[in-house]
Write a protein that binds this ligand. Structure first.
Ligand code: NAP
Length: 286
């Protein structure tokens, strides 16, 4: 990819460890080019424990901001001068804006999820949602569903304590549940929307669902959203589609969290639909 650098070009990057596999530079540089912005987006390995030193370095080097992935998202929280509401709520920062020496911590995971859900025609307002998983992604997803006005959010997780801790954020709407096949079937039977936030089905060594028969219990128009985008169609999504249920993968979430981060970095509201198409093309061309 050819990028024109000027003396005025503003620097952005993603930090993490590991980070070299990150799609963020590909997506962000495609967005930056399409918008004709004078920014460059780099990939910056930063080892665990290095977030504070990196923040100082970024300030000194005049970075406009950066994104963060594992293992820095929680470590950045106490280092921020200001926190946006979602970052405070999730207890995690994935986007840092540096403005006049101040670090503003944001989290675009939940916003990116909601935008992708709306793109897929799955508005959760007033609907009954089931979230599978209670890790970092599940927290952003479940709390965004509550913010958007879901009628109920049931969190099914293998480790019950984690589901209970997550549901304690909004006990009037959220309820913890187990992850066994009978529970999944019962909960799916009363769900308008089922969101997979576990790593089950992800390419590599993450493992697979023990069974997917619980999807048969979903109501006719019950939708399935899988946060995973590699592979593009998980076994969960394939089965949901075979049963005629609306289904979408996590690519839209990945892209929209990047667009929302660029909105924070530049202070501009962007044309999200047009930029989603730009990012999809860039990812296809690789
Ligand atoms: P995480 O914090 O490690 O959470 C993993 C979740 O998966 C936990 O709830 C865990 O249950 C559950 N899990 C793992 N193995 C399991 C198994 N064998 N049986 C049952 N449950 C199992 O990970 P995360 O950051 O939340 O990410 C979760 C998934 O979302 C990943 O696939 C990730 O790639 C995807 N994601 C996608 C996007 C996107 O933009 N599309 C963004 C963020 C994350 P326990 O609590 O019992 O361990």
């Amino acid at each position: 990819m050819l990028v024109e650098l000027k003396n005025t070009t503003r620097k952005l990057c993603v930090i993490g460890d590991p980070v070299l596999h990150s799609k963020s530079p590909l997506i962000q540089n495609a967005l930056i080019r399409a918008l004709g912005l004078d920014y460059i987006y780099l990939c910056q390995p930063v080892p665990a424990g290095g977030a504070a030193a990196w923040l100082e370095a970024a300030r000194t080097a005049g970075y406009a901001g950066f994104n963060a992935t594992m293992p820095h998202k929680e470590a950045l929280l106490p280092l921020m001068d200001e926190l946006e509401e979602d970052a405070r709520l999730y207890g995690s920062v994935n986007t840092v804006c540096l403005r006049e020496g101040r670090a503003i911590g944001c989290n675009t995971d939940g916003g990116g999820f909601l935008q992708a859900l709306l793109d897929a025609g799955m508005d959760p307002r007033g609907r009954r949602a089931v979230v599978l998983g209670a890790g970092g992604a599940a927290k952003a997803v479940a709390l965004k569903l509550v913010q958007r006005g879901a009628a109920s959010v049931t969190v099914c997780n293998r480790t019950p304590e984690k589901a209970a801790a997550l549901c304690a954020h909004a006990p009037q709407v959220m309820r913890p549940a187990a992850f066994g096949p009978e529970t999944l079937r019962r909960e799916a039977g009363a769900a308008d929307l089922l969101v997979n936030c576990t790593s089950l089905g992800m390419a590599g060594t993450a493992g697979q669902f023990a069974g997917l028969d619980f999807l048969e219990a979903l109501p006719r128009d019950g939708a399935v959203f899988d946060l995973i985008y590699h592979p593009a169609e998980t076994a969960l999504l394939a089965r949901a589609r075979a049963l005629g249920r609306p289904a979408a993968n996590g690519l839209g979430m990945l892209i929209h969290q990047a667009i929302l981060a660029l909105e924070r970095f530049t202070g501009q509201e962007l044309d999200r639909a047009a930029l989603r198409a730009v990012a999809e093309r860039a990812l296809e061309e690789g």
